[in-house]
Design a protein around this ligand. Sequence first.
Ligand code: NI
Length: 190
Amino acid sequence: MASPYAIRIIGDPVLRQRASDVTEIDGRLAALCQDMYVTMYEAQGAGLAAPQVGVQKRFMVYDLGAGDGPQVLINPVITESDGECEFYEGCLSVPGLRFDIVRPSTVNITGLNLDEHEVEFEADDFLGRLMQHELDHLNGILLIDHLDEDQRRSAKKALRKIAMEAPSGVAGLGAELASPAKPKFGLFRS
Ligand code: NI
């Protein structure tokens, strides 16, 4: 089955905007999630946030590959975070780049599922990292914003390569390349 969506790539302004809360959980949203599962599996990703398919809403789909099948989390919030660990992180919207990035090791998450039930859970290891990464997407934050200076230099090299190979639509890559290093984010964010 062909993927219903093209995954937006760094340089696309949609990835740099803060998504707004989901206000209606309906059949339309459920259908959108179904399409996002297909896109996520086709790209062999473990998670996909709505802005990555051009939808400015606060929800994500994910599958940890543990046999639970695909999951949806709507309007997720990190209510608590603890510890810190390094993880070799990649992103479907920043193809070809992976970096060791330090983030809290455990986060407490609240959100809604497609049945409009509130869910609350503690996430560590891979799930904890995935939650923080996808939540970043909902806030317009990308992997490269977490890099130190050395990592940033090699990221720029890789970004230039992406820019050369990218379809002409990726007009914002020049701006990503030109932007000065952003200040490091604090470890405890929501
Ligand atoms: Ni990502």
